[in-house]
Unconditional design. Structure first.
Length: 146
């Protein structure tokens, strides 16, 4: 977990000041059926919100934990991320993810092994969910930076 947490913090600290420097036209450029860079950042907000619930809820609900799902496209549309000021959107992304870092740093070893039911016959655990979240974050940050 330590390497995932270090990577997570690095991604946050490198990009919290970078995202607002991206030209607005670049941030808001859209292709049909694709998110803009700003909407990708909004998707990362939605992902952070849902994972904050997952990472905490798993500690007190029946096991195996049934992974909560969500519709990323619907949430990006409903939340209208394209219209939000990039400074505000970046801060929202940053603050929620700082809480996720705090959770990851304080989760106990027993909880990391809690089983998660993905509904596909291949169970995983909280450790996988947390490290996968960091990889997902990095993937989308690379899309924003490309």
């Amino acid at each position: 977990m330590e390497s995932a947490i270090l990577k997570f913090e690095e991604l946050l600290n490198e990009n919290v000041k970078y995202f607002p420097t991206i030209d607005q036209d670049v941030l808001e450029a859209k292709k049909p059926k694709k998110w803009s860079k700003k909407e990708i950042l909004g998707h990362l907000v939605d992902s952070a919100v849902h994972n904050l619930v997952r990472f905490t809820e798993i500690n007190y609900v029946d096991k195996p934990y049934k992974r909560r799902t969500y519709d990323p496209d619907a949430l990006v549309d409903i939340n209208k991320y394209q219209a939000i000021d990039i400074e505000e959107l970046t801060q929202l992304w940053f603050v929620i993810n700082k809480q996720l870092v705090r959770l990851m740093k304080t989760v106990d070893e027993k909880a990391l092994n809690y089983e998660i039911d993905f509904g596909e016959g291949s169970p995983a655990d909280l450790r996988f969910l947390m490290t996968d979240y960091v990889e997902h974050l990095e993937h989308h940050i690379n899309q924003i930076k490309s």
